[in-house]
Write a protein that binds this ligand. Structure first.
Ligand code: NAP
Length: 648
């Protein structure tokens, strides 16, 4: 029987030597060297003097010199040609020892053996999707068919849940309030919207990643990706679009949820579900500011996540209120089109210099990702490893560190700060006024780090752009008045003012056991065990729930793969034991929250110099972010521990 070729073994090709040589000019050489080991089975490719010296995020050459890069490329061409002539045979699966050696090589340091399994799980060396559900046949078909899961939202996590439920043979319905998949990548279609985690990592681990046109792709490409994945796995057949969940109520007698939905045209329905999975995301409900006179404005005004179709900004005076992650992408994109742009920025932002941020993936790199065995997987590793939050220590405030102005939290934070300060000052030469306004007064990473290839700072220097730090007193019919009484005319106002991050599952009403309302239980301090399951709310599982946003590593798609894995394990637990419902034991949840609060309060995000941050609630406490090392969370979410749950 013919066996399927490992999907990462590279598509066989017949391109000539010149094509190969040209392609190699564009590749990431450390990833190429790993690919050569797979191709040839010869580890000497990574055992020589030429090896990565640093693994810094978004540095694809890892410190190799131009001569070294050229030497590897020229050695590789004839070997690849030979492999081509042999018909591109499928490489052997590398031994665990070799995998570790390859990882050490790419990481430019010995990788802790304890975390190797997490990376190996993500890289799929045997070609198999490590998260695929393989237990379908363990559960009787009539048991599976009598079960129904409602998934709220068809963003990246809801779509993933659908794929896994399908593999498990479990009936499900996805309720999605918009007209298609993609979630935040559907809603946020403002000019300049793009991902700021490398695209080759910010995608499902089990889907090919050779197609991204930019290293940090733009929103339309990501949206199209989710549409393609949805159709490939036929998840669309289980979706009810233009429909939103208004309420879900737990029925003790039947151990089911009654999920009330409403379509765009106002029709309502109730769906019974054994399990509800919330994939609504945490950055889903726009937060409009409360500024006097907003409703009096005569021109178009809207939240950044509600960008009007066909809006023409040419020749307009635009006021952009807010300059966080969204505003930071909007301003440089529209600045040349508008007559004038006023950016109202309450708090300056730290940015991470990243010259690959707007870079297209060159043809040769695409070729290598498509054809060279495991090249794309090692490139993924290079995105993942330096950003993997292996240790949380870089984010922890060093209690012995002395910085009277509170602008750094440790020696490393101080050093990072210096690099970031230089980035800002070097781009704003001759404009001390802008340097003064753009220099944050809090430690790096205390708010979400932004990516910059210079475009933000160049935008500030443009003659038609003004950065305003004075507070806003009111909005009028035709402009904005700041606290100093100055009026600036505006034809359009963009509110890039962020989301209700702390209000999980807003605005739905969720009624759990004994009539308990989730919003009341959460109050301003939402908590869930592992950010996933909630006492008093049996069979309700959250993806990207309380305390799981990532500010220190990995990506939310990786995080979703962990969480969906856990949810599927919970469903397996129910189906395989015949128990109808489960919720985390109160003492397990409470202990978890106790440690969570103690940890998160020691982290840079809780720093008192940060006055405003969507990570914090109104009392300045954090219930949004994860304080856990990424490998720990990966380990905790591999399988449900039944001892931690009460069952019905
Ligand atoms: P955000 O980071 O919360 O930024 C909101 C901006 O609005 C900040 O500048 C904030 O000032 C300002 N603001 C809020 N209320 C205000 C008020 N009443 N008056 C004046 N200014 C006000 O929101 P966001 O930019 O939409 O980003 C939210 C999150 O979405 C990000 O952290 C990120 O997780 C995600 N995101 C990701 C990407 C990406 O991956 N490329 C892009 C966009 C968003 P303060 O700083 O003073 O609060």
């Amino acid at each position: 029987m013919a066996t399927e070729r490992n999907p990462h073994a590279g598509l066989p090709f017949s391109d000539d030597d010149a094509t190969i040589a040209a392609a190699l000019e564009d590749v990431c050489v450390p990833a190429l060297m790993c690919s050569m080991v797979h191709m040839t089975g010869d580890p000497s490719w990574i055992r020589g003097e030429i090896r990565p010296r640093v693994a810094i995020l978004n540095n694809y050459e890892s410190g190799l010199t131009a001569e070294e890069l050229a030497e590897i490329r020229s050695h590789a061409v004839p070997v690849i040609a030979q492999w081509r002539d042999a018909g591109c045979p499928e490489p052997q699966v590398p031994s665990p020892e070799l995998v570790k050696e390859l990882m050490d090589f790419m990481a430019a340091a010995p990788v802790n053996p304890a975390v190797v399994p997490m990376f190996a799980d993500d890289l799929h060396f045997d070609g198999a999707d490590s998260g695929a559900i393989t237990w379908k046949d363990e559960i009787r078909a009539d048991v599976r068919n009598a079960f129904h899961v409602v998934v709220i939202g068809c963003g990246e996590s809801g779509l993933l849940t659908g794929i896994r439920l399908d593999q498990a043979g479990i009936p499900y319905t996805i309720i999605e309030k918009t007209d298609g998949p993609g979630g935040t990548w559907r809603d946020n279609r403002y000019p300049g919207a793009r991902v700021d985690i490398g695209s080759h990592f910010y995608c499902y681990s089990f889907e090919p990643s050779d197609h991204w046109s930019e290293y940090f792709c733009r929103q339309p490409e990501l949206r199209a990706y989710f549409e393609r994945v949805m159709r490939k796995y036929r998840v669309d057949e289980k979706c009810r679009f233009n429909t939103e969940v208004t309420q879900a109520t737990w029925n003790e007698a039947t151990a089911t949820w009654s999920v009330e939905v409403r379509t765009l045209d106002g029709r309502t329905d109730v769906i019974e579900a054994n399990v509800v999975v919330s994939g609504t995301g945490a950055l889903n409900a726009p937060r409009m500011p409360d500024i006097a006179g907003m409703e009096e404005f005569n021109g178009p005004s809207f939240h950044s996540a509600r960008w009007p179709d066909g809006l023409d900004l040419a020749g307009k005076r635009v006021a952009q209120i807010g300059a966080g992650a969204s505003g930071f992408q909007i301003s440089p994109t529209i600045a040349d089109e508008v007559a004038h742009l006023d950016i109202y920025q309450r708090t300056a932002q730290w940015m991470f210099p990243n010259m690959n941020y707007h870079r297209e993936v060159p043809e040769g790199d695409v070729w290598a990702m498509r054809h060279l065995p495991f090249y794309a997987r090692w490139f993924r590793f290079l995105m993942f490893y330096p950003a993997s939050g292996l240790s949380i220590e870089g984010s922890r405030v060093d209690p012995t560190w002395h910085d009277p102005e509170g602008r750094s939290i440790s020696q490393a934070s101080f050093e990072r700060r210096t690099i970031f300060e230089n980035w800002i000052t070097s781009h704003l030469e001759g404009r001390p006024d802008l340097v003064e306004k753009s220099m944050p007064h809090y430690p790096p990473s205390a708010k979400r780090m932004l990516q910059d290839n210079g475009s933000w700072l160049k935008c500030l220097m443009k003659p038609n752009v003004e950065l305003i730090k004075t507070g806003i007193e009111r909005v009028t019919a035709d402009g904005v008045v700041t606290d100093d009484g100055e009026f600036r005319a505006a034809d359009v106002i963009i509110y890039a003012t962020g989301f209700r991050h702390n209000d999980y599952l807003f605005p739905m009403t969720i009624i759990g056991r004994d009539g308990i309302n989730l919003r009341e239980q959460f109050g301003d301090e939402p908590t869930a065990y592992l950010g996933i399951s909630i006492p008093n709310f049996p069979n309700l599982f959250c993806l990207y729930g309380p305390g799981t946003n990532l500010a220190h590593g990995a990506s939310l798609i990786f995080q979703s793969e962990c969480q969906v894995n856990y949810v599927m394990s919970a469903i397996h637990e129910l189906l395989s034991t015949g128990r109808r419902a489960m919720e985390p034991k109160l003492e397990v949840h409470d202990k978890y929250v106790e440690i969570y609060e103690s940890e998160i309060n020691q982290m840079v995000w809780a720093h008192p110099t940060v006055k405003h941050s969507h990570f914090k609630n109104k009392d300045g406490k954090i219930y949004t972010l994860s304080p856990w090392p990424i490998p720990d969370y990966w380990e905790w979410t591999r399988k449900v521990n039944a001892d931690e749950y009460d069952f019905v």
